[in-house]
Design a protein around this ligand. Structure first.
Ligand code: CUK
Ligand code: CUA
Length: 678
């Protein structure tokens, strides 16, 4: 009602505005230089805009802001998005790929959770091995809790080649190849049961950070909570990434033992602070809970002190110490002991107020920004001051002997932002943005130092706020974690979505809100609400779309996506066959619109079956699916791909295999019979 009456009051203004907008649209369309998009540039829409658009706006009760928001986000058919957002999938265990500014969902990348459409975890070799590498002992894990995606970087800028993401629930890290947007590797952390401070990459992606969270005995050991201070430990794991191999190399990776504070998030230093990493922490109280035994509950016990500790870690030096073998073996993994870390000058603490969440480094690496959930300020630390304080050697130590630098020596500024500040992002205009969970809002504030020249605001000052709906966690800005953020767009990843969408029952989607941050000063505009109904994304990174260069089809027929090389079992047209060796039957099959060859496979109950299918198509989007009922086989064979699966023919009968993608007019005929004789 409010919106409608507001509309009536300013109807004339709107008509004038619409005319201006229509002209703008004409300009926009005629200047369109979209390289990839198709027909929109040739559209003859301009002539139709003004009168019709005004009538539609009136009928729909759209305000001038609504209309500009629509014009800024509407993406005509055939036009591609300017940015691609990779969002974690939370407890869906996946990664979501979303185009911006249209906020169109483009893909789910299956990571820790089997996903049938992609044939991930339903028989296809490679996918089964990847998932199995993430199992713990006999426990077949079929989900994850993904939190922080990290795009690979070259010299601190996203390079569009690789993506990493952690599983908080089970302390695992996955590697995704952006040539085909598929998961290639899962590694299980050998010393930690769960994690949180990952993944974050070093500026050249030679190392990947996975920080811990809830302290526990390292190496998945048992110890009573009575021995918390002695036996429980925090950790940070530094994974080596081999870019040529496209894999994390566990044999060249290491970890560092930390006190049993709860390390939270990490970020890698860049430019002036390259070679250092920074992690915030909470529960330096070392509360162990037990409210049922009369202890303070965790949320109170872990929030008693005014300060927790930012962990300042000299990574370059830690790498030297680890490669010199100055480590102990925990569950087969090299760990720099806490005492060694202290002696070698690898670890320092900096007090941070109060119940902090997240640490974010400015694009030039000069400042570390930390917000305390229970403090209305954000606190900015200077890397130079931290270095000076370390050099001066003027510190106290914690109970474990870790140097605690003096807060006043290293703090650069504090900015009062509002209630429940959490995560911070940066743009190209000298602004930082911090999510305010409790308000809920996103605050824009002005950085100081060299960044002050980029805008007209007083340095270290709050500039403006925009309300978001509701309970914002992370925010993500375009190229926001790089040495050269783009500004332009910011997405608020909201956890509550009440009153934004039609009621779909008590479990609501997440709400991604797209915000225009292109104009300086008090000019933040909310553009779009995107419901995300699959898990709870925590963090996202946004890359300029033209930095990605994925394949349209696999490079040659008979390609194995898991080795990214030709598959020895590739089958070309004319080579199809069924071979028997004792009780083992091997099928070499091809698929092309609209048939599988062979169409009959006759075997005996008790046979072991190895089945290869090569999709010999080289046509963009000519994917075939393949399923055998009962045996839980379901694979996706993209153009050029060779897929392999194995099973034991334990059930006799007649099984129709068929193509699961409607690939052609004769798709229903793309089928065959597997006859298993008793
Ligand atoms: S965390 Cu979820 S809102 Cu895992 Cu980065 Cu802050
Ligand atoms: Cu191939 Cu349907």
């Amino acid at each position: 009602m409010q919106r409608l009456s507001g509309f009536k009051l300013s109807f004339k203004t709107i008509m004038a505005l619409l005319l201006v907008l229509a002209l703008g649209l004409v300009l926009l369309i005629s200047c369109s230089d979209n390289e990839e998009g198709g027909s929109a540039g040739e559209s003859d829409a301009p002539a139709a805009v003004s009168g019709d658009a005004a009538a539609i706006a009136e009928a729909r009760g759209l305000t001038p802001d609504d209309i500009t928001a629509a014009l800024k986000t509407y993406t005509p058919t055939g036009v591609y998005d300017e940015y691609i957002m990779f969002a974690s999938g939370g407890h869906a265990g996946q990664v979501f790929v979303i185009g911006m500014p249209s906020m169109r969902m483009l893909k789910t990348i299956a990571v820790f959770t089997p996903e049938p459409w992609q044939g991930y975890g339903y028989g296809a070799e490679g996918t089964m091995e990847i998932l199995e590498a993430g199992f713990v002992g006999d426990h077949e894990l079929t989900w994850g809790d993904t939190h922080h995606p990290a795009l690979s970087e070259t010299a601190g800028d996203y390079d569009g080649e690789w993506l990493f993401i952690n599983d908080k629930a089970n302390a695992r890290v996955a590697t995704i190849d952006l040539r085909d947007f598929e998961t290639k590797q899962i590694v299980k952390n050998p010393i930690a049961i769960s994690d949180h401070g990952g993944t974050f990459v070093l500026p050249d992606t030679d190392w990947i950070i996975e920080g811990g969270q809830y302290a526990a005995p390292l190496g998945w050991e048992y110890s009573s909570l009575d021995n918390y201070a002695e036996d429980y430990r925090g950790m940070v794991t530094i994974w080596k990434f081999d870019r040529d191999a496209g894999r994390i190399v566990p044999e060249e990776s290491f970890a560092m033992e930390l006190p049993p504070y709860w390390q939270d998030l990490c970020d890698a230093g860049k430019k002036v602070s390259e070679g250092w990493i920074f992690c915030n922490s909470f529960n330096t109280e070392m509360a162990t809970g037990g409210v049922e035994d009369g202890n303070p509950p965790f949320e109170a016990g872990a929030s008693q002190r005014d300060m927790d500790y930012m962990h300042v870690i000299h990574l370059d030096k830690a790498i030297e110490v680890a490669s010199a073998g100055n480590t102990v073996d925990v569950n087969g993994f090299p760990v720099i002991p806490l005492d060694t870390a202290i002696e070698e000058g690898l670890l320092y603490f900096v007090p941070e107020p109060k119940s902090p969440h997240g640490v974010d480094i400015t694009p030039g690496g000069e400042y570390m920004v930390i917000s305390g959930k229970l403090d209305p300020h954000t606190t900015i630390y200077s890397f130079d001051k931290i270095q000076a304080a370390i050099a001066a050697g003027n510190w106290e130590t914690d109970d474990y002997g870790v140097p605690i630098l003096n807060f006043d020596d290293v703090m650069e500024a504090q900015v009062e932002l509002g209630l429940g500040p959490l995560h911070t992002q940066f743009d190209d205009k000298g602004y930082a943005y911090t999510s305010l969970f409790l308000e809920p809002a996103v605050a824009r504030w002005a950085l100081g130092g060299d960044y002050a020249e980029l805008n007209d605001e007083p340095e270290w000052s709050l500039v403006s706020k925009i309300n978001v709906h509701y309970n914002v966690g992370h925010i993500a800005a375009a190229e926001g974690d790089t040495v050269s953020p783009d500004g332009k767009y910011l997405v608020s990843l909201n956890k509550w979505a009440i009153d934004r969408f039609q009621n779909v029952g008590p479990l609501l989607p997440q709400n991604f809100q797209l915000i225009d941050i292109g104009q300086p000063g008090d000019n933040l505009q909310l553009l779009y609400d995107m419901p995300l109904p699959d898990g709870e994304p925590h963090y996202a990174q946004i890359i300029k779309a033209d930095k990605l260069d994925p394949w349209e089809v696999y490079p040659e027929v008979g390609w194995n996506p898991h080795t990214q090389s030709p598959d020895p079992n590739a089958t070309l047209i004319g080579e199809e066959r069924v071979e028997r060796d004792g009780d083992t039957v091997e099928v070499f099959m091809t698929s092309i619109r609209s048939h599988f060859t062979p169409e009959h496979v006759e075997i005996n109950k008790g046979d072991h079956v190895i089945w290869h299918i090569t999709n010999v198509e080289q046509t963009y989007d000519a994917t075939h699916g393949f399923t055998i009922p009962v045996y839980n086989i379901n694979v996706s064979i993209e153009p050029g791909e060779t897929a392999t699966f194995e099973f034991d023919a334990t059930e006799d009968g007649v099984f129709s295999y068929y193509c699961t993608e409607f690939c052609s007019a004769l798709h229903l005929e793309m089928t065959g019979y597997l006859l298993i004789e008793p």
